[in-house]
Write a protein that binds this ligand. Structure first.
Ligand SMILES: Nc1ncnc2c1ncn2[C@@H]1O[C@H](COP(=O)(O)OP(=O)(O)OP(=O)(O)O)[C@@H](O)[C@H]1O
Ligand SMILES: [Mg+2]
Length: 691
């Protein structure tokens, strides 16, 4: 007799469940996705004991009739996919027909569902994959799925579950994500003891962010919106014999991005606050994480991460969602196009907005000191190992090792707005106050896109908002004011050039006044930013200014450092250095970039050599070369910039502010420290109790 056997369905389902369901949050994810696919507008999630004892999801979607309710628990039973061709353009969140049978094989499940069209609804009870009861029941339209005793029949799995609070944190993170992606829907998450999250429908993502994370987070975020047409390239052509002459020709469509990104002052120790949605599907994607990190390169420190909420929309043919068992990863048909689009859109948005850092916000924003503004446990999507370092080049490996330090202290307190009456100013005003860097050419496109995100028109007018309706009617007036204030608070650094310097504080910080308030500028890092951008520019066009030293400077190095020096010598030379070996452990520096001399020159050289030791062995790789170039520029800038404790005359201060205003990123030095802080006129008035 042969040794090969077909596994019983129950065992096959349990094996599939191993991939699909690994913790309560993954059950919640599957059921939430089903509810969204069913067109639900109101979704209520209840959990007990972190979801181990009970997960119940109730939706008001289209429901199922009796036949479908039974079929839904069969493997590969789905209403979302018919032919293999459909796999090329999946527009629903589910498509495999695996979630329900997998969940039902490792838990006791009760399904109650009704379409609202038949006279009765259906109740199905299943335990460990076996149907126990099927009854008619009087039910409203929609579906309720209760999952009891998860992993009751797979003790090995149950052992891997973490503390109830941790599991609840993961569930909360998940519901939060989906709530962010669907502001127009009503989401509720209830634990046995309290309401963890309650998010009534609102018109715009900005309001949803306010509902979930509160005013402070919203105030530190800026909107981004961009769009490019997609090339026909890469799209699969329908073969001629399958073409329907009546059907209009397919156009390649567009790649669209909307969302929010944090001001450089807000820095996180890990990437848990980066949320990426592709066609409203929550995903984790190394390529896009890399693009985001690149956008913030030399604006925040390499070991810090921004808060980003990114919604990418593209035709379903452009993205393959069928590449991961838990559907948390996707593959783009035009990978590098998507990567560069995300990086460039964010980078351009940052350059345009040039957000000014508030004094008090900056105090709180050092990554080590700040408690996570976003629910920290959000990052690990079920089924995706989070701590894996990214294999992409040009990344500091340490930077991608997500530290989970704050992941355990999770607590999300949804801010339920308190009702306040009063009249409201409400207008979109997210445009740069100091005008448009390119003379206003793309003002229209950007303005329209951003306005769509912050659409004031779709909000009820102030008078329509009856105070006290903190629920299904959307945000109350106080909340709306907060949203508007946060949107308008985007003071920017364009005015730096017109500030009036008053003097120095301890010969280290420039004090200056402007229309918006009192400014404090760190003279060293300001100059550092100016030099950094100039050095990179000069290097780009090979116009580095060098100076011959009167006496060669001798620099002692260890043997290992000499090896690294040899690797980067060519790039150093292109940056204005003339360095020759002078014995086995000594270098003789004969010329250097202008402004760099003596001890500072020596420190700069050893610093770059030290920093380059972590590099790979292949400096020829483009990305590594860019990283090296930026590192050299940052180091030269740092060591030749005006120091603290240096007196400056008014003309020099004015020059510094003017030059700073001309840089692309006057917000932060190349190492990520803030350059200019502002005490806004409003804050000053408030502090003096004048308003
Ligand atoms: N909440 C719901 N409301 C209405 N129909 C539902 C609901 N949940 C599931 N269904 C129906 O049951 C079918 C099976 O659901 P299941 O989640 O197992 O598979 P799927 O969503 O099609 O694919 P995937 O395994 O990728 O999630 C769905 O295709 C859908 O028709
Ligand atoms: Mg599903």
């Amino acid at each position: 007799m042969g040794r090969i056997r077909i596994l019983p369905d129950q065992v096959a389902n349990q094996i599939a469940a191993g991939e699909v369901v690994d913790r309560p949050a993954s059950v919640v994810k599957e059921l939430l996705e089903n509810a969204l696919d069913a067109g639900a507008n109101r979704i209520r999630v209840e959990v007990e004991a972190g979801g181990r004892r009970l997960i119940r999801i109730t939706d008001d979607g289209q429901g199922m009739n009796r036949d479908d309710a039974l079929l839904a628990f069969e493997r590969h039973a789905t209403s979302k996919l018919r032919t293999a061709d459909d796999l090329l353009s999946i527009a629903t969140l589910g498509f495999r027909g695996e979630a329900l049978p997998s969940i039902a094989s490792v838990a006791r499940v009760t399904l109650e569902t009704a379409t609202g069209e038949e006279s009765a609804g259906t109740r199905v009870e299943i335990a460990g994959g076996k149907i126990l009861h099927v009854d008619d029941a009087a039910l409203p339209r929609g579906t309720t799925l209760a999952v009891n005793d998860l992993f009751f029949n797979t003790p090995a799995r149950r052992k891997f579950l973490r503390a109830e609070s941790t599991e609840l944190a993961h569930v909360t993170a998940l519901v939060t994500h989906y709530a962010l992606a669907h502001p127009e829907k009503h989401f509720e998450l209830l634990s046995a003891t309290h309401t963890v999250l309650s998010a009534p429908p609102v018109a715009r993502t900005a309001e949803r962010i306010y509902q979930i994370f509160g005013k402070d987070t919203l105030a530190q975020l800026l909107p981004v919106a961009a769009e490019i047409p997609l090339e026909r390239a890469g799209l699969p052509e329908v073969p001629p014999w399958k073409r329907d002459p009546a059907e209009p020709a397919r156009t390649p469509g567009a790649l669209r991005l909307t969302g929010f990104y944090s001001k450089p002052e807000l820095q996180k120790l890990n990437r848990n606050s980066i949320y990426i949605f592709v066609n409203k599907r929550l995903i984790r994607d190394r390529l896009l994480l890399h693009a985001i990190t690149e956008a913030y390169r030399n604006v925040i420190p390499p070991t810090s991460f921004p808060v980003v909420l990114l919604f990418l929309e593209m035709p379903p043919e452009e993205v393959d969602v069928n590449v991961h068992p838990a559907k948390t990863e996707v593959r783009f048909r035009q990978q590098s196009l998507v990567h560069d689009f995300v990086r460039d859109s964010l980078r351009t948005a940052l350059i345009r907005a040039r957000p000014a850092a508030g004094f008090l916000a900056a105090l709180d924003s050092a990554p080590a000191a700040s408690p996570s503004l976003m629910p920290p446990a959000i990052s690990p999507l079920p089924g995706s190992p989070d701590s894996e370092p990214l294999p992409l080049r040009n990344t500091d490996p340490a930077a991608f090792q997500a530290t989970r330090a704050d992941a355990e202290s999770f607590e999300l307190t949804p801010r339920l707005p308190t009702p306040v009456s009063g009249k409201l100013p409400f207008a979109f005003n997210g445009l740069p106050a100091g005008g448009w860097p390119n003379g206003g050419q793309d003002r229209k496109a950007w303005g329209e896109a951003a306005a769509a995100l912050f659409q004031s028109a779709s909000l009820p007018a102030a008078g329509d908002c009856s105070p006290g309706t903190g629920d299904a009617d959307g945000l109350n007036p106080a909340a709306q004011t907060a949203v508007v204030e946060a949107e308008q608070a985007a003071a920017n650094l364009n005015q730096l050039g017109s500030l009036r310097p008053l003097g120095q504080l301890r010969e280290s910080f420039i004090l200056a006044t402007g229309e918006d308030g009192l400014w404090i500028i760190d003279q060293h890092v300001a100059h550092e930013r100016i030099l950094f951008e100039k050095i990179l520019r000069d290097r780009q066009v090979e116009k580095v200014q060098r100076q011959r030293l009167l006496m060669p400077l001798l620099v002692e190095l260890k043997a290992s450092q000499m090896v690294i020096f040899a690797r980067i010598a060519e790039e150093l030379e292109r940056n204005g250095f003339a360095v020759e070996p002078f014995g086995p452990h000594t270098l003789a520096v004969k010329s250097s970039p202008v402004g760099l001399e003596g001890a500072a020159l020596e420190r700069m050289l050893t610093e770059v050599i030290e920093q380059s030791s972590a590099d790979s062995d292949e400096p020829s790789q483009n990305q590594d070369l860019t990283a090296l170039r930026t590192r050299i520029a940052a180091s030269i800038a740092c060591h030749s910039a005006i120091k603290v404790n240096t007196p400056l005359d008014p003309a020099r201060m004015e020059w510094l502010l003017l030059e700073l205003a001309r840089t692309s990123h006057p917000t932060n030095c190349p190492h990520g420290r803030p350059i200019a802080l502002m005490y806004s006129w409003k804050e000053i008035q408030r502090a003096f109790h004048r308003i």
